[in-house]
Write a protein that binds this ligand. Structure first.
Ligand code: PRT
Ligand code: MG
Length: 223
């Protein structure tokens, strides 16, 4: 008797990544049964007998995949860079075979309109920078030779320059409307961000055929 097809577990975060991944899932022949915004379930079945979806926090996706709690997942490059840096710079053994080109944005430096960022950089002033992305921020300013005091925040970064907590923030920007609504201006673009397929290499070995098929389907859908 042939052995049953192993179940593949895909880690996704609710919100923009789930929403943007849906068309790719559909193209890959995977239809999620429950609506993550309506159910309290964290493990969602799909109409594909060999695939289930795990709902995790965006920043937890690399950890789940790395530890084998999920076989593969979808995570923003921002999250992947910060996660790798937390581990001391290694890739954490994750395999990133496909740029899905979804949840696209950029990571930028923003300040209050009345802060002269160019002059502060030119004068070699110490700049106070608030961010959730402290590794990306530290690397960026180190590359520029700018001295910064980094302030780690977990959300609402936009408040930091408005309250005098920081001179600048490093944050994700998509339409720019959040910055605009808070009277901040984007003064420097650090890098473009999109979401990647993240794969556990051991799972790829153990469930070779179904994993390959899924990865290829995602790659075709994203192309
Ligand atoms: O929300 P939670 O704390 O659970 O986690 P999270 O914020 O990491 O997750 P989520 O779902 O908000 O974002 C998941 C991923 O989507 C991120 O890791 C990015 O790779 C990607 N992404 C794409 C974005 C944006 N665009 C984006 N615009 N993530 C966040 N934003 C935020 C940004 O931080 C800012 O507050 O939206 C605001 C700016 O948007 P605009 O359109 O006003 O410029
Ligand atoms: Mg969020």
């Amino acid at each position: 008797m042939p052995s049953p097809t192993p179940i593949i577990t895909l880690a996704l975060s609710k919100g923009r990544i789930f929403d943007d991944a849906l068309p790719l899932l559909t193209a890959a022949g995977i239809e999620v049964i429950d609506d993550p915004e309506k159910t309290r379930k964290l493990i969602l079945a799909t109409h594909h007998p060999g695939v289930r979806v795990l709902l995790v926090r965006a920043s937890d996706v690399p950890t789940y995949v790395e530890q084998g709690g999920a076989d593969l997942g979808v995570a923003g490059l921002d999250v992947l860079i910060e996660h790798a840096a937390e581990l001391g710079g290694g890739s954490g053994g994750l395999y990133l075979p496909v740029d899905l080109k979804i949840a696209r944005c950029r990571i930028s430096v923003a300040t209050r309109a009345d802060f002269d960022y160019a002059a502060a950089v030119k004068q070699g002033s110490r700049i106070r920078v608030a961010s959730k992305y402290t590794h990306i921020a530290r690397q960026h300013f180190a590359d520029k030779g700018v001295h910064v005091d980094l302030i780690k925040l977990y959300g609402s970064m936009e408040l930091a320059p408005l309250t005098g907590l920081a001179d600048a923030i490093v944050d994700l920007v998509s339409t720019g409307s959040t910055l605009k609504a808070n009277h901040l201006v984007e003064v420097e673009r650090i890098m473009d961000i999109s979401s990647r397929l993240v794969v556990n290499p051991a799972a790829l070995k153990l469930k070779r055929e179904p994993m390959r098929q899924l990865i290829d389907a995602f790659a075709r859908a994203a192309a």
